[in-house]
Design a protein around this ligand. Structure first.
Ligand code: ATP
Ligand code: MG
Length: 336
């Protein structure tokens, strides 16, 4: 089933009570690429990653990682993968170097090999200067990079990254992105889950969109962005009566058909020549004396993709207590 694919899943099912966390989920990740798994809270991303990394059992369907069946060859799969979970696994009290050496020992590397591997990884993830500082004093981005380094101890051929940049500031996010790029350059296949279209776009060569336990799209980043029409200019007016004039100006300056949202007094349209379109629209509206509350450029988000694919916005109501879920998953892992 693998044929050039590092990960392949067909019809994966996972139920928690009546809840179908995965409901016929399909995925194919080509070797040596970053594949984005993009979806909102509760879509089933972590569940998919846990099944593929053999932490929990599947209820139906089948999956292969590195050509091995996750249900029947779990131990062999584990020897070939790395996993950076949604929640950091590193110890705050230890230094970066001590953390990596400890993970090395856990993986039976032996003292000297563990120390040497720690040095290499600190270098690769740009943490050499911070190596002997306590992790408690690391920034979010540094911690995430240390997490990545820890999951790379055994140089796995497939690495699962579960929301590696959620909660990071833009600079730290950029640093993690660089680390992921360097991993792929060294031949690792990465499955990266994210809630950010921008992140999947920056890193992945292919993106699967997941909603309620199913893949609802599988495309290149450009394909997905074309679906939502790329960057948009967005104007918010102070009064409903102004919408007509804004639509006229935006239609003249921008390539695409403007859309309006009467509820939020918003007019938006696709743009390619971003800055000049913005300048032109702003100037014209000012000359015409239109009262603008807000004007700007917006990159397409997961929300936009969802709206196009499903006709509804992402469903943000499903935020079950994460700690409970992690607990339950841990028990599940022990059972498996
Ligand atoms: N251990 C568990 N016990 C019960 N329900 C669970 C468990 N793990 C996940 N679920 C439920 O399964 C669904 C998918 O959850 P999952 O954690 O895979 O989503 P996710 O895409 O990773 O979301 P997030 O972006 O919030 O991390 C959710 O409805 C969640 O509440
Ligand atoms: Mg998750």
């Amino acid at each position: 089933m693998s044929d050039g694919h590092a990960v392949r899943a067909e019809g994966l099912e996972k139920r928690y009570g009546d809840k179908r966390a995965l409901d016929g989920f399909d995925l194919a990740v080509r070797e040596g690429t970053v594949h984005g798994l993009l979806g909102p809270n509760g879509a089933g991303k972590t569940t998919a990653v846990r099944i593929l990394s053999t932490l929990i059992r599947l209820d139906g369907g089948r999956a292969e990682v590195a050509g091995l069946d996750v249900a029947r060859q779990a131990r062999e799969v584990r020897a070939r993968i790395g996993l950076t979970g949604q929640y950091a696994a590193v110890d705050e009290v230890l230094t970066g170097r001590q953390n990596l050496e400890m993970f090395g020992r856990l993986f039976h590397l032996g003292g000297r090999r563990a120390r040497a591997r720690a040095v290499e990884l600190l270098e690769q993830f740009d943490l050499t200067d911070a190596a002997d500082r306590g992790v408690g004093k690391y920034s979010g981005g540094m911690r995430r990079r240390l997490d990545l380094a820890a999951s790379m101890i055994l140089a796995p051929s497939v690495l699962f990254l579960d929301e590696p940049t959620t909660g990071l500031d833009p600079r730290s996010r950029g640093e993690v992105w660089d680390s992921v790029r360097s991993l792929v350059a060294s031949g690792t296949t990465v499955l990266l889950t994210t809630q950010y279209l921008e992140e999947a776009d920056k890193l992945a060569s292919r993106i699967t969109v997941i909603d309620r336990g199913r893949a609802i799209a599988d495309d290149t980043p450009d394909g997905l962005k074309n679906l939502v029409g790329g960057d948009r200019i967005e104007v918010v007016v102070a009064e409903r009566s102004e919408i007509g004039r804004v639509v006229k100006t935006v239609a003249r300056v921008c390539e695409g058909e403007p859309e309006t949202d009467e509820g939020t007094l918003r007019v938006h349209a696709p743009v390619t020549d971003r800055v000049s379109a913005l300048t032109e629209v702003a100037r014209t509206l000012q000359d015409e004396g239109v009262r603008v509350e807000d004007i700007g450029l917006r990159r397409p988000s997961l929300d936009d993709v969802f709206l196009r694919l499903t006709g509804h916005r992402t469903d943000r109501t499903d935020r079950t207590d994460r700690a409970d879920r992690a607990d339950a998953a841990e028990k599940d892992a022990v059972a498996a």
